[in-house]
Design a protein. Structure first.
Length: 411
């Protein structure tokens, strides 16, 4: 009961910060364009370079987090994001806001995001029994899609009334509220056992990747998610160019095409646990992983008018529904396959790789879109996504073998 109450605080903190993130969705590029009059190259650098450098900064933080209590780390990362984001409205008010500051803040926030995710996964595994992890991850997933539905419209209205800097303030405050919520959880968290060797060794930086690549079921799943997420995100900008430029959709239609299908993610996440109970974890992981890969190629055939809008909404609904089922099952599977004293390093390595692959593929598809046009580039990404199910685990595995735990304790 006590742990259930503490999870409730953690869940509430997650929802608060997720809502703040979606309220401020697109705020940095808008500030760069409207306030700093930045060109396309700088706007692209703001998202790609910020993510890449942030991922690099986060690499040593995974091993650092592993041997510390996770709740103070969660609070610390929330406060870091709060303080970093708050410098933007402060600089704006003083008339000294610069593009370099936006870039630095994006790096700090990206690194703190990765570190927070790594610490929260490790904390969740110690907080709840194994049989409750899927329920918890499904609740996080449903909350993520709920905030996706309501956050951007509210943020868009706030930007229209108050400007993009106002939504950055809202995002900063959401992290402060998240930190206060995690602080209010209370309870005692045991200090992780430290290794005999003092200090952070160079080899520690690769421990997360070593664990992933050595595991016969995590390894293909790792490459599957990195490639899938990167290719899906890489087509977002191209689809915006196609819909808002060549096909002449209004901005509100473009927003509607992605807001409504997010309901599919909410439905999928609610069905994840019942499906696993009925059909088994591995089967649902594979089936949802296959089904989510078949939808994106349909975006290459979008046309103008109502028919094109409905096509995008249908494709996105199917894609997001399958992701809503897949994501909590995948997150639970990953936790089950990782011993407690490796979770932070593993999740950090996973997040770093995903961010880097997404940034690189986005840049690469931007070049392809320029050379081939947005529609062929979107179609090529869709065809490549059809091959990603080949990287899904081919057979079920025990949650954590008896051999893994002793090996983990020896390191």
């Amino acid at each position: 009961m006590e742990n259930g109450r503490r999870f409730g605080w953690l869940w509430g903190a997650y929802g608060t910060s997720a809502l703040g993130t979606w309220l401020a969705f697109g705020a940095f590029p808008l500030i760069a364009i409207q306030v700093l009059h930045a060109g396309p190259a700088k706007v692209a650098a703001l998202s790609s370079v910020g993510a890449l450098v942030g991922a690099a900064v986060a690499v040593p933080l995974g091993p650092w987090v592993e041997f510390r209590r996770k709740r103070p780390v969660l609070i610390g990362m929330d406060l870091v994001r709060f303080a970093a984001l708050l410098t933007i409205p402060a600089a704006f008010a003083l008339g000294v806001l610069s593009f370099v500051q936006l870039l630095v803040v994006s790096v700090v926030v990206a690194a703190a995001d990765i570190t927070f995710r790594a610490a929260s996964g490790a904390y969740l595994k110690t907080l709840l029994p194994a049989e409750d992890l899927l329920v918890a991850n499904a609740r996080f997933e449903s909350t993520a899609w709920t905030t996706t539905i309501i956050g951007p419209p509210l943020g868009g209205a706030a930007i229209g009334l108050l400007g993009p800097v106002a939504t950055v303030v809202a995002d900063a405050v959401s992290y402060l509220l998240s930190a206060l919520g995690i602080r209010a959880m209370g309870g005692q968290e045991p200090r992780p056992e430290r290794r005999k060797a003092a200090g952070l060794r160079a080899g520690d930086l690769l421990d997360g990747w070593r664990h992933i690549l050595a595991d016969a079921t995590l390894r293909p799943l790792f490459f599957n998610t990195a490639l899938f997420n990167g290719l899906v995100m890489a087509t977002d900008a191209l689809l915006a160019v196609l819909m808002l430029g060549q096909l002449g959709f209004a901005p509100w239609q473009y927003g509607l095409a992605f807001a409504v299908p997010a309901i599919g993610g909410l439905l999928g996440s609610r069905l994840a646990r019942p499906l696993v109970v009925r059909f088994g974890q591995h089967r649902i992981l594979v089936v949802a992983g296959v089904l989510r890969a078949i939808w994106p190629v349909g975006l290459a055939f979008v046309g103008p008018g109502t028919g094109g809008l409905l096509l995008v909404m249908g494709v996105e609904f199917g894609l997001i529904f399958c992701c809503g089922v897949f994501n909590p099952v995948h997150a639970t599977y990953r936790l089950e396959r990782t011993s407690t004293d490796r979770v932070s390093r593993t999740l950090s390595a996973w997040s770093v790789t995903t961010k880097v692959s997404t940034a690189l593929l986005t840049a690469g598809w931007g070049v392809l879109g320029t050379l081939l046009g947005p529609r062929p580039a979107i179609g090529l990404a869709g065809v490549l996504l059809l091959a990603t199910p080949l990287l899904l685990p081919r057979r079920a595995a025990a949650p954590l073998t008896a051999e893994l735990e002793p090996a983990a304790r020896r390191t």
